[in-house]
Design a protein around this ligand. Structure first.
Ligand SMILES: Nc1ncnc2c1ncn2[C@@H]1O[C@H](COP(=O)(O)OP(=O)(O)O)[C@@H](O)[C@H]1O
Ligand SMILES: [Mg+2]
Length: 387
């Protein structure tokens, strides 16, 4: 297989912030970049050579994009499988539709993980309110169905959307109607001590590079802040890396694979979910690691040697949600940038909405703790009133 060298054109299906940051890394290597996104002013728009405005399941548009590209990658798992197959007729698409078919459907993904022998929490796939009620009883047998469950629509959810929490089997009907999905995954609520993730890059020939784990803090089921390296025991971090590498190899993915995991209060490591693309919890890799996740994505899909994942300095990121703009017409970026080691990335999204990721702050520190404290301090300063 021949590498796809700088000067060639990379296509990205999806033009959100992940596509934008991948495009920035590709550009700095001297690639041309084209994206496809339903929103003509998507975040990647301002970085790329051309932007195809079309739905993510538009097979004709995906084929048009791929026709002008040397390789195509994705920044979101919600791409229509027909669109993936149509693009594959014209250029290598990395990762391909086989991987997406498994990952973009939560039930298929969970069943695949369980069958592959990957540790996952107790769950049931359900297709009706009655099945959900039975699942609640089976997942909490000692209490007759009382106990917290997470119910997740099999398709389309993200950042905690398409999910409901349920406390008793008697709530099944309400939860089922609320989600309005045909297939859901019902999961027993895990007693979580920490959430971590591990990113793996894999080239077409099978070479992999695994990143040190990130520690992730969520608020309202949305990632709030994240730090690399996760300040956790080495043995636990190594176990997490091993699990992530094994999944990437079994999936035979080409590109990036992010593996979200729970560390339970009893010290168990359970895989929560997979993402076949750059991941929010590795935005800090731009500052922490010798090779950022975005550059690594470009290297992997272009079949270039993978870069070192070594940590050069601990770094953290903190997400800026639309809520910030809804509360303050102009957040005090001038104040936030006074904190040492802090940088800002805004994604140029036109409309702030509650829970919408608009940008992030990043910071390096001497320790992971210091990096996190710095992004938190900078965030607090954004709220300062203009005097
Ligand atoms: N089974 C569970 N037990 C406890 N917490 C959970 C469970 N499932 C999800 N959560 C919480 O909700 C967050 C979002 O859920 P996740 O499945 O990762 O969906 P999303 O695709 O929205 O990221 C998780 O990071 C975790 O904090
Ligand atoms: Mg998640």
């Amino acid at each position: 297989m021949r590498p796809i060298l700088p000067g060639s054109t990379i296509g990205i299906l999806g033009g959100g912030q992940l596509g934008r940051m991948t495009a920035m890394a590709a550009r700095s290597f001297g690639y041309r970049v084209q994206v496809l996104d339903p929103d003509p002013s998507c975040p990647a728009r301002f970085i790329v050579d051309s932007c195809f405005s079309a739905a993510l399941d538009d097979a004709t548009a995906a084929a048009d994009l791929a026709r002008g590209c040397d390789v195509v990658t994705i920044e979101i798992e919600k791409i229509g499988l027909d669109a993936m197959r149509a693009a594959e007729q014209h250029a290598p698409v990395r990762p391909g539709h086989e991987v997406l078919e498994i990952i973009q459907h939560r039930a298929r993904q969970k069943d695949w993980l369980a069958k592959a022998g990957v540790p996952v929490g107790p769950y049931r796939v359900v297709t009706s309110a009655a099945e959900l009620e039975r699942a609640a009883r089976e997942l909490n047998p000692s209490t007759g169905g009382d106990g917290e469950l997470f119910i997740k629509a099999a398709q389309g959810g993200y950042d905690g959307r398409g999910q409901a929490q349920m406390h008793a089997s008697t709530d099944s009907h309400k939860a089922w109607l609320y989600l309005g999905a045909e297939v859901c995954v019902a999961e027993k609520a895990i007693a979580i001590e920490k959430e971590i993730s591990v990113l793996v890059a894999r080239r077409p020939g099978g070479q992999t590079a695994v990143y040190p784990a990130a520690l992730n803090h969520h608020q309202n089921r949305i990632l709030d802040w994240s730090v690399i390296p996760a300040p956790i025991e080495l043995a636990l971090a190594q176990r997490a890396q091993q699990i992530a590498r094994t999944i990437a190899e079994k999936l035979e993915i080409v590109g990036l694979l992010a593996v979200e995991m729970f560390v339970t209060t009893s010290g168990e490591l359970l895989v929560n979910e997979l993402a076949p693309r750059p991941h929010n919890s590795y935005h800090a890799s731009e500052r922490a690691n010798a090779t950022s996740q975005f550059e690594q994505c470009v290297r992997a899909v272009c079949d270039l040697p993978l870069g070192s994942t070594e940590v050069q300095k601990p770094a953290a990121i903190l997400n800026l949600l639309g809520d910030l703009w809804l509360a303050h017409s102009s957040p005090r970026f001038d104040e936030a940038l006074t904190v040492p080691g802090v940088r800002l990335h805004l994604y140029e999204k036109q409309v702030p909405k509650a829970g919408r990721k608009m940008g992030h702050l990043s910071a390096v520190g001497e320790t992971a703790h210091e990096a996190v404290e710095r992004v938190k301090q900078a965030k607090a300063l954004l709220d300062k009133v203009q005097s």
